[in-house]
Design a protein around this ligand. Structure first.
Ligand SMILES: [Zn+2]
Length: 414
């Protein structure tokens, strides 16, 4: 496998060694590893995509860890490019400010700050802001655009340095990164070091309960090392001097958990949302291996539905294009074996992806003008969580007789 991927032997949250493999997905290259024309005829290395359940704390996770330098240094996802995410972060910042009323002039630090969208809203609310992001270009651009962003991985050392130079933080946020980092203990220790005594730590992660309830198996890819639920997190935070005070379900990424924490013994009471979430997780059997058996069978059923439909359409001579090239499309396309024989090209609105080829399958990514230029019969919506918006935006395609396929949570043709 080479040194770009290693398998860890212990639970990422509790350090336990009792780990049961509960789901085996098809190996893929890194989900965001789009390639240029010059590399499109070269096979990309694929890494195992197996999901494990910790028998000690119930944490669900990948153990095969792809080197983060491979995954994130040339990351192409920029949150500000999507109006849906900009609105999400605006609401997020409002929620934090209204719940916790941080003092104006207090410091807000965002771990994995991307282009600084969230911090921009904190700055408007009167906070001083600082981003931390390991992606070189994105950090540089964010700084140039006015949101100071350190190009680094967030570690206890960096947290000490920030606290020393700028004082403790009133707000620390980490969105869709708490699932991305192998050394979560290092992050938690860093947050503990950086937080003011009355500071709050808010992080958003894809929520395992949503992954189950809505069959969001395509959110499983190498960047997402952890599939969080509240019960194992409460125990983990406690072991690292932190205390979860709220656990709120939000819509982003098909269903996420917004967890809020303070230093252990901090000034805020623990909200009822925490116990309620744990009760719902226990009811769903999230900590039991047999629960995953049913999940796996459901995925198999979807695979057979979708490949049958695509096969029939091809047999009728229809041309099919994909719509959206999000990271999760890599998992969906590999696990369901959807390649260039089914899909001619993929439309994506991000100019950063246009002109490149999708990870592993090497399907060309084009701008939306290709719909009119190449006139496919069917659009398979790979960014299916935006299906209503995509269908509305492409009304002309539909009016001219075009059809859409939504692959999840069940296969649907519109
Ligand atoms: Zn564990």
């Amino acid at each position: 496998m080479g040194e770009t991927c290693h398998r860890r032997e212990t639970c990422r949250l509790c350090g336990g060694k009792g780990l049961a493999r509960v789901l085996k997905l098809e190996p893929t290259p890194p989900a965001n590893a789009f390639v240029a024309q010059s590399a499109k005829d070269t096979d990309q290395e694929r890494f195992p995509l197996d999901v494990f359940l910790c028998e000690g704390c119930g944490h669900v996770q990948l153990l095969d860890v792809v080197d983060p330098r491979v995954l994130f240094e040339n990351y192409v996802y920029v949150s500000g490019t999507s109006p849906v995410f900009v609105k999400h972060f605006e609401d997020y910042a409002k929620d934090v400010v209204s719940r916790f009323s941080p003092e104006p002039g207090g410091l807000a630090v965002d771990i994995g700050s991307n282009d600084g969208t969230l911090l921009g809203f904190f700055a408007r609310a009167g906070l001083k802001v600082l981003g931390v992001d390991p992606a070189k270009d994105i950090a540089k651009k964010a700084t140039e655009a006015g949101t100071e962003t350190l190009n680094a991985f967030f570690t206890p050392d960096l947290a000490r340095k920030i606290a020393h130079e700028r004082g403790p933080a009133a707000v620390v946020t980490a969105n869709n990164v708490f699932a991305h980092i192998d050394d979560l203990t290092g992050v938690a220790q860093g947050v503990r070091t950086l937080l003011a005594h009355d500071g709050v730590f808010i992080f958003e992660v894809s929520y395992l309960l949503d992954v189950f309830e809505k069959t969001l198996f395509d959110t499983i890819y190498h960047e997402h090392l952890a599939y969080h639920s509240v019960k194992p997190l409460v125990r983990f935070l406690k072991a690292n001097g932190l205390e979860m005070i709220e656990a709120v379900r939000v819509d982003s990424h098909g269903g996420s958990l917004r967890a809020m924490a303070q230093l252990k013994g901090g000034p805020r009471p623990v909200g009822e949302s925490v116990a309620e979430a744990i009760a719902a997780e226990e009811k769903a059997g999230l900590d039991k291996a047999e629960t995953f058996q049913g999940f796996s069978e459901k995925i198999d059923g979807l695979k057979s539905d979708l490949s049958g439909l695509l096969r029939d359409l091809k047999a009728e001579g229809k041309t099919i294009a994909g719509f959206g090239a999000p990271a999760k499309a890599t998992t969906l396309m590999h696990h369901f074996a959807i390649g260039p024989e089914a899909i001619d090209f993929i439309i994506d609105d991000s100019p950063l992806k246009q002109g490149l080829f999708t990870p592993g399958m090497h399907i060309p990514v084009l701008g939306s003008d290709a719909i009119a230029a190449r006139n496919p019969d069917v659009l398979l919506i790979l960014a299916w969580n935006f299906a209503p918006e995509i269908i509305e935006k492409n009304a002309a395609f539909r009016d001219a007789g075009g059809r859409f396929i939504i692959p999840l949570p069940q296969v649907e043709m519109i």
